[in-house]
Design a protein around this ligand. Structure first.
Ligand SMILES: N[C@@H](CCC(=O)N[C@@H](CS)C(=O)NCC(=O)O)C(=O)O
Length: 215
């Protein structure tokens, strides 16, 4: 299998985490989303990463890819109870809105817009706090929901090393969950060792309030 990727893309990381958890071998091909190759546009109707190629068939949308992998390779990550499974998907969607808010944070043009996004992100962590069973979201077992939120936490691990934002401060369940999921080997292996530097360069080049705060 070939995972068409971008070095910083959190949605790619979802697919990578599921494959790493399942021990499925795959080749990762990183592309430049600012200059999409023609071969990529030919297999990706939305022009977005990730795309997973399986025996010549291109799958797109990270949730679809995850579901295919659940069914074929990673049954341990898959919840069998339909209600529990739907609840996990609901909180994965909420995680996607967190990723959108993070993009809003790093693109915020001025201090007021930046603070509004920081507060919105903080509210999302406050909202999920009582839902976390611990040590993982659903309890003892690592699931995709944990991987999804780890891809969002990863931004704050890099940013907060330079600029404390307090997004999870004083939230004991979220803080413990954050520490736990960031230590997961699949989460760590879903990005390259250069990720922190690459992310920092990306953030500094946005010409945004965060770019100025990190420079
Ligand atoms: N809903 C999609 C989102 C994927 C996505 O937004 N990918 C971004 C990179 S992280 C992308 O390819 N952006 C390029 C573009 O929109 O032109 C999924 O879950 O796979």
């Amino acid at each position: 299998m070939r995972l068409i990727s971008h070095k910083l893309c959190p949605y790619v990381q979802r697919a990578a985490i599921v494959m790493l958890e399942a021990g499925v071998p795959f080749e990762r091909v990183d592309i430049d989303l600012g200059n999409k190759p023609d071969w990529f546009l030919a297999i990706s109707p939305l022009g977005k990463t990730p795309v997973l190629e399986v025996d010549g068939t291109a799958l797109f949308e990270s949730q679809v890819i995850a579901e295919y992998l659940y069914e074929t390779a990673a049954p341990a990550l898959h919840l069998t109870d339909p209600l529990a499974r739907a609840r996990q998907r609901s909180w994965i969607e909420f995680g996607s809105t967190l990723l959108n808010a993070i993009a809003g944070l790093y693109n915020a043009p001025d201090a007021a817009a930046f603070e509004a996004k920081r507060a919105e992100i903080r509210t999302k962590f406050e909202r999920i706090e009582p839902e976390i069973a611990g040590p993982f979201f659903e309890g003892e077992q690592f699931r995709l929901i944990d991987g999804v939120w780890a891809t969002a936490m990863r931004y704050f691990d890099v940013i907060e090393a330079k600029l404390p934002l307090g997004v999870t401060d004083g939230l004991p369940r979220t803080s413990a969950w954050r520490d736990r999921i960031m230590q997961r080997p699949s989460v760590q292996a879903a990005v390259s060792e250069q990720y922190p530097e690459l992310l920092m360069s990306f953030l500094r080049a946005r010409n945004s309030e965060l770019s100025r705060l990190l420079s």
